[in-house]
Write a protein that binds this ligand. Sequence first.
Ligand SMILES: *[C@@H]1O[C@H](CO)[C@@H](O)[C@H](O)[C@H]1NC(C)=O
Ligand SMILES: *[C@@H]1O[C@H](CO)[C@@H](O)[C@H](O)[C@H]1NC(C)=O
Ligand SMILES: *[C@@H]1O[C@H](CO)[C@@H](O)[C@H](O)[C@H]1NC(C)=O
Ligand SMILES: *[C@@H]1O[C@H](CO)[C@@H](O)[C@H](O)[C@H]1NC(C)=O
Ligand SMILES: *[C@@H]1O[C@H](CO)[C@@H](O)[C@H](O)[C@H]1NC(C)=O
Ligand SMILES: *[C@@H]1O[C@H](CO)[C@@H](O)[C@H](O)[C@H]1NC(C)=O
Ligand SMILES: *[C@@H]1O[C@H](CO)[C@@H](O)[C@H](O)[C@H]1NC(C)=O
Ligand SMILES: *[C@@H]1O[C@H](CO)[C@@H](O)[C@H](O)[C@H]1NC(C)=O
Ligand SMILES: *[C@@H]1O[C@H](CO)[C@@H](O)[C@H](O)[C@H]1NC(C)=O
Length: 398
Amino acid sequence: MRFSQLTSALVVAAVGSSAVNGLNILISNDDGFGTANIREMYKAVKAYGHTVWIVASVTNQSGAGGTAIYTTERNLTIDSEFGIVKKGQPSVGADPNDSHIWYYNGTPSACVQVALDYVLPRYANFSTPDLVLSGPNYGLNLGPFLYTLAGTLGAAYTAVERSIPAIAFSGGTSVQTAYYHVNTTTSAGLKDTATIYGELAANLAQQLITNVAKKGGGRLLPPGYGINVNMPFITSFTNDSCINPPFIHTRLTGGADVDEAVYNSTTGLFTWGNVVPEGANTCINGDCSLPGETDILNAGCQSSVSVFTVDYDAPLACHASPDLRGDLAPLVQYANSTIKVGGLDGTSSVTNGTAVITAATPTSTLFPVGNVGAGSFRVSRVASGLGMVLVVVADLWL
Ligand SMILES: *[C@@H]1O[C@H](CO)[C@@H](O)[C@H](O)[C@H]1NC(C)=O
Ligand SMILES: *[C@@H]1O[C@H](CO)[C@@H](O)[C@H](O)[C@H]1NC(C)=O
Ligand SMILES: *[C@@H]1O[C@H](CO)[C@@H](O)[C@H](O)[C@H]1NC(C)=O
Ligand SMILES: *[C@@H]1O[C@H](CO)[C@@H](O)[C@H](O)[C@H]1NC(C)=O
Ligand SMILES: *[C@@H]1O[C@H](CO)[C@@H](O)[C@H](O)[C@H]1NC(C)=O
Ligand SMILES: *[C@@H]1O[C@H](CO)[C@@H](O)[C@H](O)[C@H]1NC(C)=O
Ligand SMILES: *[C@@H]1O[C@H](CO)[C@@H](O)[C@H](O)[C@H]1NC(C)=O
Ligand SMILES: *[C@@H]1O[C@H](CO)[C@@H](O)[C@H](O)[C@H]1NC(C)=O
Ligand SMILES: *[C@@H]1O[C@H](CO)[C@@H](O)[C@H](O)[C@H]1NC(C)=O
């Protein structure tokens, strides 16, 4: 009963939103072009009326993160996953059953780049997608550690870095299946988990598309922005206790685990364990009032939606507390410094606002000041003008 209500809600949503269609969407993942989740998301996004292409890895590339590895073999040296494409076929090509579905023998990041720079410009009727969707991954990708470890995220932030809005999707149901093993109904009479993940992902993307269109259209996300979505374990195989999770706005940090090395003295080998350290969970940038995505997934049948940017540099704390800028001075200087001390002059220090330079040769990329002699000296005054710098050496320091 509950499920048939959900089904009609999804159909109504699809019909109701069909006015906002016709976007160009690229889909990738890290589990490979033949897995059920990516194909079900492809179908659900296409059902909204968009032009959709898949370019994804020919094999399982789980854990590749954002690394871009391109094959050095012109042809496949082994069969693709699930034997969809046989060895000896070109390393980049279309699925035999759908000319909009392409595989490439590379990492997820490489696949996105091959899509943007080769497949779409040559074979599609657009070159730059309006949106890139990655996943839905088999297994959750929660927290800053997975942000860089996961190929699903790697494909998404590669697209963001190439100026294309992107959303990464991951699901807690982690057994990879082939696209042709999607059941129309499970033994509990519900939809396949892959179908539910695909529809949830498509609905979230369509919500963004619809709302941006209502505001007059334009980019779906500002440059440098992406979204990371985690969906919980779907129970549709056995019951309907978690088949329609709500989406909750979250942030990456908060309750997130990272790896630790666990030594096995019998085998002499290491494996990984989970720890939840402060380093991966300190809120430094952004809205610290949002719950951590890990905490939201741990709390039950709900999905997390974290907005991220690929600009993770220059936290404001550098100028406040802790004063990291001060802790690096004077060896690290502002670009507008009137005198630049060479980076090998490692024992420079500031005493009461006075730069003390202990090396023989202060160097400058902007103003070459020349060799002012061996030994240490105190700079009592620095003036610049007419392209030269006057360094007044008041007294020897050593
Ligand atoms: C894909 O790779 C991941 C990481 O190596 C592994 O955990 C998973 O079992 C693989 N999936 C399949 C279907 O081989
Ligand atoms: C790659 O496969 C094509 C046929 O699909 C074949 O003509 C070509 O010789 C192969 N190239 C290499 C380097 O194996
Ligand atoms: C893919 O195409 C082949 C040959 O065209 C066909 O035998 C096969 O059933 C198709 N598979 C699916 C899942 O559509
Ligand atoms: C691009 O191709 C799709 C089908 O693949 C078609 O629906 C769409 O209208 C085409 N768009 C343009 C601008 O030709
Ligand atoms: C599809 O149903 C069959 C038979 O119930 C089952 O063995 C298989 O695991 C199901 N596949 C998925 C992806 O749930
Ligand atoms: C529903 O299915 C899940 C996953 O199989 C199981 O853990 C849970 O106990 C089931 N709940 C009920 C009420 O049967
Ligand atoms: C260490 O490895 C052995 C051999 O694989 C295994 O039987 C044992 O359970 C492992 N110990 C731990 C603590 O994981
Ligand atoms: C030099 O640059 C720093 C960092 O951008 C800035 O805080 C400071 O105000 C600048 N000083 C002058 C004199 O422009
Ligand atoms: C710093 O320099 C000023 C001006 O020369 C002087 O008045 C002050 O006492 C100095 N402070 C310290 C801590 O040396």
